[in-house]
Design a protein around this ligand. Structure first.
Ligand SMILES: *[C@@H]1O[C@H](CO)[C@@H](O)[C@H](O)[C@H]1NC(C)=O
Length: 335
């Protein structure tokens, strides 16, 4: 019968359509999972990651997927954020693991440090509205760790820019107040350089990334020395600006947040605590195109992180401590 045939035909068509839609859905889901698997694999290659077994790899893929979704959601947020996140070397770590994996810098564990009260830039006037010490040749390339502020003052006082030995500080700066500081307050590093009557260069005492025994021969080579260090008055971003206008400044920040973990570009305005856990160097400041004031900060997590290893962090916020506590413990070496 023609009518029955037609009905049968319609049902078949509907079935085929349903099957087709289902197939498209299944395929696209597989493709999506497949592409995340492939992205993870590509990322593993890029960062030389090898997992001990397939179970670990599955677990890391799960975390990687969560992080990629977090990063995408943040970058696509309706309230246009001033900064972008990116998939970097920390993409297979949970935030807790990221915090635990870094060399901890425990500001509060080192409170016995003698602080000087002199602030030589107190009366500095004619503060430029922007500053970038990289353009003045006072900042060495981003490494995994760095003694950037000391390199900066050496360049300013001698005109020569040398990369200083972080390894010497790791191996040799283990006495007295430094013990238990795990990673070291910048002031401690300055103190060591003063007591050791100098520090050797990166080339003379190269970075190995692990604690070694102090090589006294190498440590006796003194490429650079400083005569003292001073603290910038705490919780005062204007004082910090006066200081950064005159030389690169060591600052401590709270770098434990997820947005800090995955920071990629723009002016960072993300949520941040004030539990100082990381030493970095403020090498400048400025104002972005949309009028947001920022600090230009050199990090030590390699050039894949942030803007070629740097982060621009919002400056002049409501809290006196500054974003991520940047104005809480700033100090600088004196030549
Ligand atoms: C800043 O100026 C005041 C008042 O003139 C003076 O007492 C102080 O010693 C100056 N500070 C520095 C670091 O030169």
């Amino acid at each position: 019968m023609a009518a029955n045939d037609q009905l049968y035909h319609s049902i078949s068509l509907a079935l085929i359509l349903c099957l087709g839609l289902w197939a498209i859905q299944v395929t696209s889901r597989t493709l999506q999972d497949g592409s995340m698997y492939e992205r993870h694999e590509q990322w593993m290659g890029q960062y030389g990651k090898v997992y001990k077994d397939s179970q670990e790899r599955e677990k890391r893929l799960r975390i990687f997927t969560e992080n990629v979704n977090y990063i995408d959601a943040s970058n696509n947020a309706a309230n246009n954020k001033l900064y972008k996140l990116g998939i970097n070397q920390f993409a297979d770590l949970t935030n807790d693991e990221f915090i635990a994996s870094r060399n901890k810098f425990k500001g509060h564990m080192c409170s016995s440090i003698i602080r000087t009260t002199n602030f030589k830039y107190e009366n500095a006037s004619a503060i430029p509205s922007t500053m970038d010490w990289r353009k003045k040749g006072a900042v060495t390339p981003v490494k995994n760790q760095g003694q950037c502020a000391t390199e900066g003052i050496h360049q300013l006082s001698t005109g020569k820019l040398v990369s200083l030995s972080e390894q010497e500080l790791i191996d040799c700066d283990t006495k007295g107040v430094d013990q238990g500081c795990e990673g070291g307050l910048m002031d401690d590093a300055f103190k060591f350089i003063i007591q050791n009557h100098g520090l050797s260069t990166e080339a003379q005492y190269p970075y190995e990334g692990v604690d070694g025994t102090c090589n006294a021969n190498k440590a006796s080579i003194h490429a650079v020395t400083i005569t003292g260090y001073e603290d910038v008055p705490a919780n005062n971003e204007l004082a910090l600006q006066k200081a950064v206008a005159n030389q690169p400044i060591s600052v401590a920040i709270d770098a434990s947040g997820s947005d800090f973990q995955f920071y990629n570009s723009g002016v960072f305005t993300g949520s941040c605590g004030t539990e100082l856990d990381h030493g970095v160097t403020a090498v400048g400041y400025g104002i972005s195109n949309d009028g947001t004031k920022y600090w230009l900060v050199k990090n030590s997590w390699g050039s894949d992180w942030g803007e070629e290893g740097y982060i621009r962090m919002q400056r002049g916020i409501n809290a006196a401590e500054g974003l991520c506590g940047i104005a809480m413990q700033a100090s600088y070496p004196t030549a």
